[in-house]
Design a protein around this ligand. Sequence first.
Ligand SMILES: Nc1ncnc2c1ncn2[C@@H]1O[C@H](COP(=O)(O)OP(=O)(O)O)[C@@H](O)[C@H]1O
Ligand SMILES: O=P(O)(O)OC[C@H](O)CO
Length: 533
Amino acid sequence: MEQFVLSVDQGTTSTRAVIFNHAAESVGSSQKEHEQHFPQAGWVEHDAMEIWRNTREVIGRALADADISKHQLAAVGLTNQRETTVVWDRATGRPVHRAIVWQDIRTQGICDELARAGAAEAGESGEAGASGEAGAADYDRFKDRTGLPLTTYFAGPKIRWILDHVDGARERAEAGELLFGTMDTWLLWNLTGGKDTGIHLTDVTNASRTLLMNIDTLDWNEEICAEIGIPVPMLPQIRSSSEVYGHGDSRSLVMDVPLAGILGDQHAATFGQACFEPGQGKNTYGTGNFMLMNTGADIVRDERGLLTTVAYQLGGADPVYALEGSIAVTGSLIQWLRDNLGIISDAAESETRAKRVQDTGGCFIVPAFSGLFAPYWRPEARGVFVGLTRYVNADHICRAALEAVAFQSGEVVESMNASAAAELEELKVDGGMVVNETLMQLQADILGVDVVRPKVIETTALGAAYAAGIAVGFWDGTEDVVANWSEDRRWVPTWDQQERTRRMKQWRKAVTRSFDWIESETQTTTSSDAVTT
Ligand SMILES: Nc1ncnc2c1ncn2[C@@H]1O[C@H](COP(=O)(O)OP(=O)(O)O)[C@@H](O)[C@H]1O
Ligand SMILES: O=P(O)(O)OC[C@H](O)CO
């Protein structure tokens, strides 16, 4: 009987199940969107129970679509939106609060307070460079240990917020009654019948996005947990990205099938794109854009606004590291044009409209809806339209939105090239937006390197399938991933260097107009402030 691997890709806007055969071809799939809750400006929540129900539903539909039974599944892989935080009751399996999504900025106050405490502590101990001045704040206080700046993006401050705001939660977490997980942990716990089996695990890639894990030892850092106020008993065990974690339980639709691969979605895409050599990287265009570049066994510390993260770890092998440039708003800008402005009726119309005009009519959009992520990390920035005149119409705005996506990634690539040993020679792309050919051409023009789209653009689902399939011997190893990868389309730059420099300069000028919109109580000392504008 032919065997397959099922991959569940739990993303920011939807959950997909995809079934792959041994040649890494998709033979069946299903996708379902979940509701986005925006209870206040800057807050974004998901209903974790809805996501669990959707997961079961898409698994059932994907099996039907592929016309196979669960007995033909060699393994299941999980991949997920990262950082999104769920806290639930170990006994009932019910979340104590809606999941707080990675884009949510409600924890800015917690981050400011921790940053001020860090600066004060460093001042008292006379640390070199520490000012100890009233109002000073150190947003890099955990960076050496975790690879991450202190921002609202990561899970640690989100856990703290839930423990501070849900009645009795802190006491219950300290007593071991509440569990924390990102979506991988939540789904694994449900798929394996966690209430009975107690399977409460995550993988190194997801753990590396919590602000709580030592980037070098891959263990929870108890000192940081104490500083942020997170009881260690609520944290999952950290495992590799490719090993058998447990088996599907009777209610999971994958009963007895091994759950054998977990990777955060951006890490899964890096794996699925076969970026196994240092210097190889990919850029995923989804709700946000996320570029990862493999740095091999080296933990590269960056001063240009990039994050240090674990790319993947296969079983007992050494971890492979990466540098990451995370951009919060790209595909969600297109959704905003559709849902909030109503100037397009679907995402594809952004391209139809953008193609009707030669340029943006001098208009720029800087979509700093959650502040700015890489390479700026400016929480106080907010979105702006600049360069508006009476001439600018909806077509120009659509073009400016696509340019904003490409310029933001252009800045991340500049930081990558300056930070890592290797200069990017071409950019592998994937994600929901890469069907937009106008965007892909703009990206090649802005970067000055070829942009390459693979035949399978479901690289996120594929990467997690590979991690699971390798763990159970369905695939031999990364050499299979390399052999199965093939190019679909390539976009070649058409602008000369002078044009690129001119346009990038204009973009940076537009970006500066978004700065300092929200009055900050504190003076920031994040090293990425060093990025020139
Ligand atoms: N033709 C298109 N042009 C521009 N953006 C698009 C197009 N098709 C989809 N998108 C955008 O891609 C995003 C969906 O990509 P996807 O990879 O599914 O996201 P995620 O995994 O973050 O949920 C949406 O934000 C949508 O606006
Ligand atoms: O679900 P996506 O594709 O929007 O990815 C979200 C990222 O993992 C957030 O860090």
